[in-house]
Ligand binder design. Structure first.
Ligand code: ZN
Length: 658
């Protein structure tokens, strides 16, 4: 009893250890199990296997990640001749000790048919290098000795489970099995022993490979990756936009520079588990100029391959590559969000490592095209996709927000992130920007937030801002021109420097962001949106706000021209005119509050209240109210609206658009 409990704890602990090493287990790969006695719902003692749930990640797995399967129900299956995947899944669902538990791993029967109490399975890079070459048996024996049974490739499922169990029975002393083009299983009576055997085998394989490794010549990035990214993102945006991740690591650049890179990109994946993420092949571009024709050719070839093997009529999501390797620039991977693009990137970076490692073993061998198809369109793997949450309103979009460290800008970024966008935040206040980015990253995912400190009035700073979006996410779909300053003073007392500063930040800053944003959006060719945060002072100017009102009017007029120029490209531009947003405001400096209080003959602390009472609705306007309006004009819900002004001021008769 106590031993069984300890073994379950050991399973969780060692599964996490296995999952924490990228060279062993990548994103949801690998699985582990134990067999023990448990007490069921009716108080009976039953033999149960705890096995990783489908789609779970060993790196962060907890006890709930291991559904219980009743072995007395599972074991009779071994006498069957064959079983389809669907039958297997339906059968396993009835073997669960808890009907609400997650679906057990697709390799459950393989674990179940083995008699051993503890089992660990990974798709370790070094093992795959030993198996994916022209003479796998020779290299496996030379690296690992005689202690492992070698099982020829067969797609995971019922028959593979029987094959491994039979191989184990034929070799009772074996410590584990090496499955060709698939990975490693180790078994033992305790989790710790199975884990140790696993690590020992992987380390032995690594040592063997290290002795045979041919060093790749190091290579550097030679081209302008930022300039190329939006073009690529546009080419990959059918039927839906993607987020791109760029990998410019020395290994990837060296691979891209190798003379046989194109040929090596045509071989195939390292293990069937990777196919769902990376698809069968990457697209290799010898130069960036080849992008459009090369991707078209890749799609045609992919379509032909699908037509040839898709005998069961599986739905095809898209015909585009997920991995694009460009000589001299690096590797881009595509996904619905940075996380997915990152998973694809991690997997292919490891595939490159395996490709390199097999150079000294006679070259890389992958699965047959038919098995590659069955891997990519394997219904049990496709099931993992159905576990993903539904996409949000701004999913797959990248928003650049200026003046994002606080107040309205921060609130808009927060709202867009909550709707699934990626955000590139810009502000002059570097310290506050960093704190905001950390806060929003914590709330929405650090991989979806980039912060770039800088001055919107400086051309080079704005270029740097948009380059960060190009490099970080592949491009830009939404630009929120929000950065603003409001120097107050009657015209006859206004300093020239205040006037110039108001124009520089409010108008020129919006111009520079618009110009860069427009360029990226046109390179992508997938439309886009601009949200200008103007001011109630445009339709209804106030005394002593000459510099601010004139600058905001220039910004608004720019937005209207941008709406004219953007429309033919599906780019919409709309202006919000907020009023009296005090919460967390950088615009409402203590000086401005004091100034307004003096003008109205009230105490500075009473200024927000005075503005609130002035509105028709008598309500305070918060940054989140402006953010809600920004979301509306940025979203598809306003797809027929461009060049519009939307007041967000709790109602002011004099500011009604007319
Ligand atoms: Zn596997």
């Amino acid at each position: 009893m106590a031993r069984d409990r300890d073994e379950f704890e050991a399973l969780v602990r060692h599964s996490r250890l296995l999952g924490s090493d990228e060279n062993l287990v990548l994103h949801g790969g690998g699985n582990t199990s134990i067999k023990r006695t448990e007490t069921d719902h009716a108080g009976r003692r039953v033999r149960v296997m705890r096995v990783k749930g489908s789609g779970g990640d060993l790196r962060s797995i907890g006890p709930e990640g291991f559904p219980g399967v009743r072995l007395d129900d599972l074991l009779p299956l071994r006498s069957r001749k064959d079983m389809t995947d669907a039958e297997m899944v339906a059968y396993l669902a009835r073997c669960l000790t808890d009907p609400d538990a997650r679906r057990p791993s697709i390799e459950t029967l393989l674990h179940g048919f083995l008699p051993d109490a503890a089992i660990m399975h990974s798709h370790a890079d070094a093992i795959l290098a030993l198996t994916n070459n022209p003479s796998p048996e020779r290299h496996i024996r030379a690296a690992l000795g005689e202690g492992f049974v070698i099982v020829p490739y067969r797609r995971p499922g019922f028959l593979l489970s029987k094959m491994v169990a039979a191989a184990r029975e034929a070799h009772p002393d074996a410590k584990g099995a090496v499955l060709l083009n698939h990975g490693l299983f180790t078994w033992a009576t305790t989790v710790e022993e199975a884990y140790r055997a696993h690590i020992r085998a992987v380390r032995a394989a690594e040592r063997y490979l290290a002795g045979r490794r041919r060093k790749a010549r190091p290579s550097k990035s030679t081209g302008d990756a930022a300039a190329f990214a939006p073009l690529l993102r546009g080419l990959l945006a059918t039927p839906k936009r993607v987020i791109l991740r760029l990998d410019r690591s020395p290994e990837v650049l060296a691979f891209a520079a190798s003379p046989d890179a194109a040929a090596r990109c045509r071989i195939g994946p390292a293990t069937p588990d990777h196919l769902l993420h990376t698809k069968r092949l990457p697209c290799f571009l010898p130069t960036p100029e080849d992008a459009a024709p090369a991707i078209r050719a890749w799609s045609r070839s992919y379509e032909g391959w699908v037509k040839r093997w898709n005998r069961e009529g599986h739905a095809v999501e898209d015909l585009l590559p997920r991995v694009v390797i460009v000589r001299g620039l690096g590797m881009w991977t595509a996904g619905r969000d940075p996380k997915q693009a990152g998973v694809v990137g991690d997997i292919y970076r490891h595939t490159i490592g395996i490709l390199d490692a097999t150079r000294g073993l006679g070259g890389f061998r992958s699965l047959s095209p038919r098995e590659q198809f069955r891997g990519e369109y394997w219904e049990l793997e496709l099931y993992k996709r159905t576990l993903l949450p539904k996409e949000k309103e701004l999913a797959r979009q990248v928003a650049v927000v200026t003046g994002a460290a606080r107040g309205i800008g921060k609130s808009i970024a927060d709202r867009f992130l909550a709707e699934g966008a990626c955000a590139v935040l810009h502000d002059r206040d570097a310290a506050r920007l960093e704190a905001t980015a950390a806060e929003l990253g914590k709330r929405h995912g650090a991989d979806r937030v980039i912060a770039v400190a800088g001055d919107v009035t400086r051309e080079s700073d704005v270029t740097r801002l948009f380059d960060a979006a190009r490099l970080g996410f592949g491009g830009v779909d939404l630009v929120v021109a929000n950065a603003g300053v409001a120097p107050a003073g009657a015209v006859d007392r206004l300093e020239l420097s205040d006037w110039e500063r108001a124009l520089a930040v409010n108008a020129t800053g919006s111009f520079l962001a618009s110009r860069e944003g427009m360029r990226v959006m046109r390179e992508q060719g997938t439309g886009g949106g601009f949200v200008f945060v103007g001011s109630k002072n445009v339709p209804a100017p106030g005394k002593e706000f000459g510099a601010y009102s004139a600058a905001k009017a220039a910004q608004t007029q720019l937005a209207r021209v941008l709406a004219l120029e953007g429309a033919p490209h599906g780019i919409r531009v709309n202006v919000l005119h907020p009023d009296a947003v005090f919460e967390d405001s950088g615009l409402w400096s203590p000086e401005l509050r004091a100034e307004r209080a003096r003008a109205q003959g009230i105490d500075p602390s009473a200024v927000p209240e005075a503005y609130r009472k002035r509105s028709l609705l008598g309500r305070e306007v918060r940054p989140s109210d402006v953010a809600e309006a920004a979301l509306f004009v940025a979203s598809e819900r306003s797809s027929r609206i461009t060049g519009a002004w939307l007041p967000v001021d709790a109602g002011l008769k004099e500011a009604f658009p007319r």
